[in-house]
Design a protein around this ligand. Structure first.
Ligand code: FEO
Length: 135
């Protein structure tokens, strides 16, 4: 499973949100690099903490727009965000309980969740956000 290369396929057409997604991609790639160097378990806790912290910031950005623009897909989308946070928290708990052989599982989860979420659910709000003046 390779690192994530940012391409226009990931763009939702809104600069601020694309930039936030790029931060998340960079974090996942940092974990990938650490795995390649055999250092993943050393930085896994830091990655999970930063992922938990930054996704709160990012999800809040999207969810504020859902409310402001009365986005019709908001409920299901917010559920997906919550499920992501719950899973990251479960990984943190397992890591803190001493299960340190988690890096690849975490990487696989983060990568597939982000790629599928951005290209699926996030792209669905593009038209609504752009119609409300975001660019
Ligand atoms: Fe970009 Fe819905 O997370």
């Amino acid at each position: 499973m390779a690192f994530i290369k940012w391409t226009d396929q990931f763009s939702v057409g809104i600069v601020e949100i694309d930039n936030q997604h790029k931060v998340l991609v960079k974090l996942i790639n940092k974990l990938f690099d650490a795995m390649a160097d055999g250092q993943a378990n050393i930085i896994l806790n830091e990655i999970l903490n930063e992922m938990a912290r930054y996704t709160q910031v990012h999800f809040a950005t999207e969810e504020k727009c859902f409310a402001a623009f009365n986005y019709e897909g908001s409920e299901a989308h917010i559920d997906e965000h919550q499920q992501f946070i719950d899973t990251v928290m479960k990984f943190k708990t397992r890591f803190e309980a001493g299960n340190i052989v988690l890096s690849f599982e975490v990487f696989k989860f983060l990568k597939s969740w982000l790629v599928n979420h951005i290209q699926g659910s996030d792209k669905k709000y593009s038209e609504c956000f752009i119609a409300n003046g975001l660019k």
